[in-house]
Design a protein around this ligand. Structure first.
Ligand SMILES: [Zn+2]
Length: 157
């Protein structure tokens, strides 16, 4: 029954405001309280742009400034990485870790065999980066073709 007025006429001046406390969702540009919303946002992976829909953010109704919380930026990355893997048919983080652990290799050992930096492999396994299509092919060759790891051990160890 008691419905909040949607009128913006004089809306801000009627709102009770404390001069000492900035509202936690206040726009940093103009001070207006921002509204929770969702939007499609881009994420850049290996030089490609992936658009992720439905990312929560706050938007200022006055000046269109937006704010995305750190946790939602993480969601943006995770969903973007997943879309990118689907788009290119790539192994996921667990697949990559499984290749390494099946052969009882440390990250440093497998990274050396593949000619990668240890950090690169560790970031793939943590889902913080995504391998390129070319590196995905190399990982699959190690996983699926017997003898390839032995070959790398002979020639790269
Ligand atoms: Zn604003």
């Amino acid at each position: 029954m008691e419905k909040k007025s949607k009128s913006t006429e004089g809306g801000t001046s009627k709102r009770k405001r404390s001069p000492h406390k900035v509202h936690e969702n206040a726009c940093h540009a103009c001070g207006t309280v921002m509204h929770a919303s969702t939007a499609a946002k881009p994420v850049h992976i290996n030089g490609e742009t992936v658009l992720v829909r439905g990312i929560p953010h706050f938007r200022c109704p006055n000046c269109d400034e937006t704010l995305t919380l750190a946790q939602d930026l993480q969601v943006l990355w995770d969903r973007g990485a997943s879309l990118y893997r689907d788009r290119h048919g790539l192994l996921d983080a667990d697949d990559i870790r499984a290749i390494r652990t099946r052969h009882r290799l440390t990250q440093a050992q497998l990274a050396k065999l593949l000619g990668l930096g240890t950090n690169t492999l560790s970031r793939w396994e943590a889902g913080r980066n995504v391998q390129t299509t070319a590196m995905d092919v190399l990982l699959r060759l190690v996983r699926d073709v017997p003898g390839n790891l032995a070959y790398l051990r002979r020639h790269r160890a």
